[in-house]
Each structure stands twice: as structure tokens, then as C-alpha cells.
Design a protein around this ligand. Structure first.
Ligand code: NAP
Ligand code: MG
Length: 495
């Protein structure tokens, strides 16, 4: 596969012929060659997005027509699902189940965005604020303009969809940068966007490393940055956009607490806890990587947990029954193994796993055993995000103690509570400092509901009405309802 730059509706070569290779983390085999944009290419991509924003065909397009485009994209994603699933598995190390779910969920997301676009009211009269004989107050919503959107490698297609969907629903335009490890599925999405009839330049897609990301967000024509990635890079981006005064939404890291109460259904909670930290080899921002288990249930829970962890099938993604596959790259694998070694050296108690898997078919890929440590808040991995199949387990006595442990983190992306008593679980859920909290559930998201983080896990939300609003500027229009000079309010200067 050759992945070109998608600029102004066309697939182009890198003007400086910078071409790199993307690999399959299961096998080390080449997936494709991708073109990296030069500074000139980045400028042209932003110029295309700027021109498209002003293009009357896009600017004045009705919400109905925007909605139709979004629906077409959803349908075309479904038509090309098999091809996308295949490339996503090889490019990102996703299992068959995860890749299928990703394509299905992205198609569903575009369908929801279509509905949102159709129902979006861009002018809203406010009866409460208006006063007869005095004022008629209304809100008008306008697209923010040219966006720079940067996504990570763990959910390449889903993240591209979450970014592009609201751009199309609101009439913005974008230059999206996919992650270097995983450029393939966004390139197919670019074809779909073109084939659906989205005007040229509305969506531009490039890939490349941090230097490309930096050049893109520093461009003076950008009016909003939407970033998903690590907290460290998010902080750097916030600093760099400060002089240009613009909206920046940040979906960042997490260290989510997964609380098992003593009245939880053991078989569901144990599998829920494994799924919470092992889904996609632990490379999900909302992973339940701090497992907090109440004293009364601890022995029974741990016995079942350590038995069930042996049933987890780690396998290359070519195996349709793989429970989870490789981590995305050698760099990522080394970082995870570093955290494992650090925890051992800090005398965290190793309960399961703890090593790379290198036997037979695993030798050419980046596989790590499902790994569990018993830890306390003083261990590094209680605080630091690992982004791999590693969980830290901590015992607690009381609910207050569970909350203290859960909120003892700079992060606040997600969390969960497992209990048969829903009222008890709800009370606890409301005390967790996190943007998403599940009760007897994990990882499931709803496009109609907001997703994002408290504290160092981010700024703003994606999805839900909150996600749409972040692509709109609001204008308050004050219309006088008083034509009588004597009755008008003159605050000062004229009496
Ligand atoms: P990352 O290193 O922060 O990279 C994310 C993206 O930013 C990539 O496209 C990367 O490019 C680019 N980038 C890196 N440095 C940059 C800079 N200085 N300026 C502009 N762009 C820059 O994160 P990652 O390791 O790829 O992804 C894992 C992280 O993402 C985890 O911390 C995870 O929690 C977070 N995440 C959060 C969410 C959420 O919704 N909250 C979802 C998924 C992931 P290249 O990688 O191509 O060089
Ligand atoms: Mg790859």
C-alpha cells in the first residue's frame, strides 16, 4: 500500500520525496510506504483548508446536505469494512474483534454525526433572556474555522472519525495528522471522504512525526487544535498555541481506577477487571490499570483472577481468536518492559506475567504477557501511565479509602465500580474525579455522551453535544425591541 498526502481533494507525493515505511507489529513485515509532508506541503494543506472554509459551496451548504455527506461516509465505511479491518489489523496490531468493532463504531459514529448535523440549530432565540419592549436576544453559532487535528496510533480509524465527524457537521475544515506508526486506515477514510463528495480541501490528511505536528499547530491560519495523545505532548502543544489565542481540546492520558466492592458478582467483576486492562494489549487511554479490590472479597477475587488470567490468549493478529496481540512498536514494548522492571525493583509483588513473549511465532513481534502486580500508592506504576498489558492491584477496607486511592492521581479520564447494589455503586461513582465512570461495565462509549478527562487527562470533551459545541463559536445577537428614544436605556455619556 502506498499512502500519499491527501491535500485539496487529491492524493499527492511528498514534495521533498520523504517516504517512510509502516510495519506490522505482529510480524515485523512491511504494511506500506507513506509520504511525509515537507513544510511546503503542510502550508499547502492549511491553505487548502482555509480556501475550503471560505468556499461558498461549503460555507453556505445546508445542514441537510452536510448530514447527507456524513451518512454517505458512514455507508461507504460499511461497504469497505473488510478491507479496512484487514489493513488496521496489520498496521496497528489490532485483533480481528477489535478492528471489526472499530470500523463498525466509526461507521455508527458518522451516522450519529449525520443526525446531529441535521438537527443542529445555528440560530436560537432565547425567550428567557429576551424582554418584551426591551430586547430580543438570540444565539448564533458559527464554525470556528480551520482546525489542526492530531491523533495517536491506538485507535487510528476511530480517532480520525471522532475528529472529522464534528468538523463536517459544523462546517469547519481541517488538516488531520495521523500517527506515524498507523497511517493506513486514515488514508482509506480520505478516499471515502472524497468519494462521498465532500468538497476539496475541507478535509486534508497527512502523516508524519512530532516535527510535522509542531509545524501544523504553529501555523498562523489554524483556529482550533484538537489533540489526542500523551499528557506531556498535550502540555507542550498548549504552550505553543498560547501566543495565537485559540481553542484547544485535549484528550490525554489516564490511570483509571477500577473499584471492586465486596458485594460484586465475582465472575463478572473478574472478567471485567481483566478486560479493563488488557483490551488492545492495554493500549487504551481509559484502561483500568489501577485495580482496587475490597478486603472482604479480596482472597476469592484474586484466586479467580489469577486463574482466569491464564485463559487470556495472546496471539499474532492473524489468529482470529487472539484475545490481544502485540503492542504497537519496539519503542512502546521497551517502555512497558521498563515499567515492569522498575516495579520489580521497587518490590511490587509480581502475581502474573512480567515478561516479553519471544517463543516461536512471537519472536518477530512485540508481545508482552498479561502482567499483574500487587502495589501501593508509593509505586511508580500507581501514578504513571504504562499503556501496556500491566495492572497494579491494591486492597482497600472502606469506601472512603477506595475514593481516596482512586482520586490519588494526576489523571481523571475514567473509572469503574463493580457491585450488585446499584445505589451503592452510584454513590461511589459520583465521587470519582473522572470524565467517564462505568458501573458493572467497562470501555463502552456512547457517541451521544461526552468523553474526555478531568485534571491532567484533558481539556474539553469529544462526542455528545459538548463535542459539537467545541467546533462552534457563539455569537450573541442583541436586537432592540424598543424604538422609543425616551424609554431606551443609556448607561452613561448621553442623558
Ligand atoms: P503522543 O506521543 O502524545 O503522540 C500523539 C500524536 O501526537 C501522534 O500523532 C504524534 O506523532 C504527535 N506528536 C508527538 N509529539 C508532538 C508534538 N510535540 N507536537 C505535535 N504533535 C506531536 O502519544 P502516543 O504515544 O502516540 O499515544 C498514546 C497516548 O495517547 C497515551 O498517553 C494515551 O492515554 C493517549 N490517548 C488518549 C486518548 C483520549 O481520548 N483521552 C485516546 C487515545 C490515546 P507521531 O507519534 O506520529 O510521532
Ligand atoms: Mg504500523
Amino acid at each position: 500500500m502506498e499512502i500519499k498526502l491527501f491535500i485539496n481533494g487529491q492524493f499527492r507525493d511528498s514534495s521533498e520525496k520523504i517516504i517512510k515505511t509502516s510495519f506490522d507489529p505482529s510480524s515485523g513485515l512491511e504494511v506500506g510506504k507513506y509520504h511525509v509532508p515537507s513544510t511546503k506541503d503542510i502550508d499547502e494543506a492549511v491553505a487548502a483548508a482555509k480556501a475550503a472554509f471560505a468556499n461558498p459551496e461549503w460555507k453556505n451548504m445546508s445542514q441537510e446536505n452536510r448530514a447527507d455527506l456524513l451518512l454517505k461516509i458512514s455507508e461507504k465505511l460499511k461497504e469497505r469494512a473488510k478491507e479496512i479491518v484487514d489493513i488496521e489489523m496489520r498496521d496497528s496490531g489490532s485483533t480481528l474483534r477489535k478492528a471489526k468493532a472499530d470500523v463498525h463504531n466509526t461507521a455508527a459514529f458518522f451516522k450519529v454525526m449525520s443526525k446531529v448535523a441535521r438537527e443542529l440549530k445555528l440560530t436560537v432565540l432565547d425567550d428567557q433572556a429576551s424582554r418584551a419592549g426591551f430586547s430580543i436576544n438570540s444565539r448564533e453559532y458559527a464554525p470556528v474555522g480551520v482546525c489542526a487535528q492530531i491523533i495517536p496510533w491506538n485507535f487510528p480509524l476511530v480517532m480520525a472519525g471522532w475528529k472529522i465527524g464534528p468538523v463536517l457537521a459544523t462546517g469547519c475544515t481541517t488538516v488531520l495528522k495521523s500517527a506515524e506508526e498507523t497511517p493506513a486506515s486514515a488514508a482509506i477514510l480520505a478516499e471515502i471522504i472524497r468519494d462521498a463528495g465532500v468538497p476539496a480541501g475541507v478535509v486534508n490528511i497527512i502523516t508524519g512525526d512530532a516535527s510535522v505536528g509542531r509545524a501544523l499547530i504553529a501555523h498562523p491560519e489554524i483556529r482550533k487544535v484538537a489533540f489526542t495523545g500523551s499528557t506531556a505532548v498535550g502540555a507542550e502543544i498548549l504552550k505553543s498555541v498560547a501566543p495565537n489565542i485559540m481553542t484547544a481540546t485535549m484528550e490525554l492520558g489516564g490511570k483509571s481506577a477500577n473499584i471492586v466492592l465486596d458485594d460484586a458478582d465475582l465472575s463478572i467483576a473478574v472478567d471485567g477487571a481483566l478486560y479493563a486492562f488488557l483490551y488492545h494489549s492495554g493500549q487504551a487511554c481509559d484502561s483500568g490499570t489501577r485495580l482496587l479490590v475490597q478486603e472482604g472479597i479480596y482472597p476469592a477475587f484474586m484466586e479467580k483472577f489469577l486463574s482466569r488470567i491464564k485463559d487470556v490468549k495472546v496471539a499474532p493478529t492473524t489468529d482470529p481468536n487472539a484475545g490481544y496481540g502485540p503492542v504497537v512498536s519496539e519503542k512502546q514494548m521497551k517502555s512497558i518492559l521498563g515499567f515492569i522492571e522498575k516495579t520489580k525493583s521497587e518490590e511490587g509483588k509480581l502475581l502474573a506475567g512480567g515478561s516479553r513473549i519471544t517463543t516461536g511465532e512471537f519472536a518477530k513481534g512485540f508481545f508482552i504477557e498479561p502482567t499483574a502486580f500487587e502495589i501501593t500508592p508509593k509505586h511508580t506504576i500507581f501514578q504513571e501511565e504504562i499503556f501496556g498489558p500491566v495492572v497494579g492491584i491494591t486492597k482497600f477496607k472502606t469506601e472512603d479509602e477506595a475514593i481516596e486511592l482512586a482520586n490519588n492521581s494526576k489523571y481523571g479520564l475514567a473509572g469503574a465500580v463493580w457491585s450488585k447494589d446499584h445505589a451503592r455503586a452510584h454513590k461511589l461513582a459520583s465521587r470519582i474525579e473522572a470524565g467517564t465512570v462505568w458501573i458493572n461495565e467497562y470501555h463502552l462509549l456512547n457517541p451521544g455522551m461526552p468523553f474526555g478527562g478531568f485534571k491532567a487527562s484533558g481539556i474539553g470533551r469529544e462526542m455528545g453535544s459538548e463535542g459539537i459545541m467545541s467546533y462552534l463559536e457563539v455569537r450573541h445577537v442583541w436586537e432592540s425591541d424598543c424604538d422609543d428614544r425616551e424609554k431606551k436605556v443609556w448607561l452613561d455619556a448621553i442623558f
